[in-house]
Write a protein that binds this ligand. Structure first.
Ligand code: HEC
Ligand code: HEC
Length: 322
């Protein structure tokens, strides 16, 4: 199967859909994604609809309605799930992945699997994924896997970049700019990057490598992977600065990545498996950690292979759990 390249690929247009229940649900999913704060945010009137814990929109990160290449697009997600996820060490469905972002990026509660909002999200994502064959490899997915400097990131240098290139929109205090007033559920013109209304420390955006790449390819607003504004050093340091600031804490992060050997090196919370310091998992340098992790994975593979060889030689013993 040839890979599908999202760069330059036309995005399915809702306008092309005929009137009817399918189009209505796709529209609802689009609205939930771009105006999450107004429909399931912490300030909406009906208390039972307050699933999200912050006033971000899904599209604060999944830019352009979830269609921008290398801004963690949703195009093709329906073709790549269910998939193995290290964070759970299990196969996750699209619904479970959405709830991963609900509990972390949105610092909230999971949507019930049968909720109309869940149905709308999955339908919108499936619509965006039209034409991508199930199981296809997708180019333009996630964030561009660009290299990062092999050194400790410098939050102080990053604060200088922040003042020069980010504060005008996200605010000197990182709190973003609201559309209206606190409590009105109208969200942000420019979202907060830290503080109580931001993503929590269990979110993918709290990982320095992921977010350096996201920011490098997508910020300041208007940047893209073919039109970057920051260089590698600026992106790495400004991300370190942003992630050094306080944000909501997620409980029970020690339960993430239960198969410790595949815990990402930039997951900056304990337990740390590679004998490195908390500071190195937070700020790098990462290539030495990645090297240690590769060795750990290779050892595991060898152990597994040896185990298999043993049980082949002594099938009765293996069955007894020897
Ligand atoms: C603060 C930024 C942020 C917000 C807000 C956010 N997400 Fe995410 N999302 C991410 C990141 C980062 C990843 C990739 C994490 C990883 O796997 O390393 C991701 C991954 C996903 C994926 C899987 C994409 C793939 O290619 O596998 C889906 C689906 C998703 N998010 C849905 C949502 C939905 C629905 C919302 C709103 C309810 C939302 N996200 C809000 C940052 C965010
Ligand atoms: C011109 C205004 C503008 C500038 C300058 C800008 N951003 Fe953003 N940023 C946005 C907007 C708007 C969004 C929401 C996504 C969208 O609407 O496409 C966003 C989203 C983000 C997000 C993900 C959402 C969140 O709340 O966490 C991060 C991280 C981010 N910006 C970091 C930065 C950094 C770092 C800089 C400086 C290098 C920067 N931005 C400069 C406007 C800006």
């Amino acid at each position: 199967m040839p890979p599908v390249n999202l760069v330059g690929r036309p995005v399915p247009q809702i306008d092309s859909l005929p009137e009817g229940p399918y189009r209505a649900l796709v529209l609802q999913g689009h609205e939930l994604s771009t105006r999450t704060f107004a429909l399931i945010g912490p300030e909406v009137k009906p208390a039972r609809k307050r699933y999200a814990g912050n006033n971000l929109a899904c599209t604060s990160c999944h830019q352009e309605g979830g269609a921008k290449p290398f801004a963690i697009p949703w195009v093709g997600v329906t073709a790549t799930f269910p998939q193995y996820r290290g964070r759970e060490d299990q196969i996750s469905t699209v619904e479970e992945r959405i709830n991963g972002c609900m509990e972390r990026s949105m610092n909230g509660k999971p949507l019930p699997l049968g909720a109309p909002e869940m149905k709308a999200f999955t339908t919108y994502i499936a619509f965006l994924s039209r034409g991508v064959p199930v199981g296809a490899q997708i180019e333009g997915a996630a964030v561009l896997q660009s290299g990062v400097p092999n050194r400790r990131a410098d939050p102080d240098a990053g604060s200088v970049v922040y003042v020069a290139k980010c504060a005008v929109c996200h605010g000197a205090d990182g709190m973003g700019k609201r559309v209206g007033q606190r409590g009105d559920a109208q969200g942000y013109a420019f979202p907060p990057l830290w503080g109580p209304d931001s993503f929590n420390n269990g979110a993918g955006m709290n990982r320095l490598l992921t977010t350096t790449r996201f920011i490098r390819q997508n910020m300041p607003l208007g940047a893209s992977h073919t039109a970057t504004v920051l260089n590698d050093d600026e992106a790495y340091d400004v991300t370190a600065f942003v992630l050094s600031r306080p944000r909501p804490l997620k409980a029970h992060l020690e339960a993430d990545f239960p198969a410790r050997w595949n815990k990402p090196v930039d997951a900056a919370f304990p337990p740390y498996m590679l004998g490195a310091s908390a500071d190195q998992h937070r700020y790098g340098p990462f290539p030495p950690l990645a090297e240690k992790q590769r060795e750990m994975a290779d050892r595991r593979k060898a152990d597994l292979a040896a185990g298999k060889a043993r049980s082949a030689a002594d099938p009765a013993g293996a069955a007894r759990g020897k």
